[in-house]
Design a protein around this ligand. Structure first.
Ligand code: TYC
Length: 122
């Protein structure tokens, strides 16, 4: 499976082996266990970019609707983007970040605003 590390380990043969196979050093096969260790997923920041045309209220609405911000948090982030050119909406795994970007871009386009949303690896 992608993103997994697979570790095969075989219990040591010999008199102390009384593991799952219970048959050490007597010509029969030892059982081999496979353990799958899941890697921490890569994380991505979802960013909003400033522009001169998208209404402030629309950006606040986007942040509340797609990034689960309350009105105060959304207003702070929107003003940060307005003043600094870019700002963070949240951090997600790849698929969720990609979905948020698509949702925001589709919603902006439907409403004929030039708002841009991008993701970047952390
Ligand atoms: N700069 C926009 C305005 O003055 C507001 C705005 C904020 C637009 C954040 C985009 O990501 C954005 N109406």
């Amino acid at each position: 499976m992608d993103g997994d590390l697979t570790l095969n380990w075989t219990p040591l043969a010999g008199p102390t082996n009384n593991g799952p196979g219970k048959n050490p050093a007597n010509g029969t096969a030892l059982a081999t266990r496979t353990k799958t260790l899941r890697k921490r997923p890569d994380l991505y920041r979802v960013l909003l970019l400033n522009d001169d045309y998208t209404p402030m209220e629309f950006v606040v609405h986007v942040l509340m609707r797609f990034f689960n911000k309350n009105e105060e948090q959304a207003t702070q982030i929107m003003l940060h983007v307005h003043h600094n050119g870019v700002g963070e909406c949240g951090t997600y795994t790849f698929e969720i970040a990609e979905t948020k970007v698509t949702q925001v871009m589709d919603f902006a386009r439907e409403n004929q605003h030039p708002l841009q949303c991008v993701m970047e690896k952390k």
